[in-house]
Design a protein around this ligand. Structure first.
Ligand code: ZN
Length: 201
């Protein structure tokens, strides 16, 4: 069973279970895995539209036909890896915020900078959520310090930019603390991933 994290509240979601259809379309959802979070009731989707998927498919088929004319054997060998790569690529697209009509909703909380220790951390990944506490799942939605969404990672300097998913009074304690305080951050499965320090606006 595939679990992900809600791009609004950070709680565990299961796109297969949460799936909903939009009233706007008759063929189903515009995005792959469009669903509604059972914790905060907001909508999300894996940001790759079915329209674009169709265009990709046509391009791949045309490419294969061309390859077939040049070398049928090569075309035959290429089908399987292309299919697998496509599947993996779509599965690894980040889950994004959407409204009930499948319009993308940007994350608008301020962008902050921090340094990862030990730098450079290979473990921190862009477009991924991390948590300041490993008991995040014990709280109701929005009741504890917000998860952070990593916007960029500089592997050389160990500098990252990130945003809180939501505004919460407890967030302030992390940003406003003086000096060189460092905080452990935990991944999706609440495994200790790294420490971040020097959080600044
Ligand atoms: Zn949610």
């Amino acid at each position: 069973m595939r679990t992900e994290r809600c791009p609004w509240c950070g709680k565990k979601i299961n796109p297969k279970v949460d799936r909903v259809k939009t009233p706007r379309t008759t063929v189903g959802s515009r995005f792959t895995d469009f669903g509604r979070c059972p914790h905060c009731n907001r909508f999300y989707g894996q940001g790759f539209s079915v329209d674009r998927l169709a265009v990709c498919l046509v391009l791949v088929i045309l490419g294969l036909i061309l390859l077939c004319m040049l070398s049928p054997k090569l075309a035959y060998c290429a089908v399987f890896p292309i299919a697998v790569l496509n599947f993996v690529w779509i599965r690894t697209r980040p889950i994004r915020r959407m409204d009930e009509r499948e319009n993308l909703i940007p994350l608008e909380t301020p962008i902050l900078t921090a340094t990862v220790r030990p730098a450079p951390s290979q473990k921190i990944r862009k477009n991924t959520l991390y948590f300041f506490s490993d008991d995040f799942d014990a709280y109701d939605s929005f009741q504890t310090v917000s998860p952070i969404f990593i916007r960029s990672v500089n592997r050389k300097s160990g500098e990252i930019t990130f945003s809180f998913l939501y505004e919460q009074p407890l967030n302030r304690a992390y940003v406003e603390r003086e000096g060189d305080a460092s905080y452990p951050i935990f991944d999706f499965e609440m495994q200790l991933t790294a420490e971040i320090t020097q959080i600044r606006a």
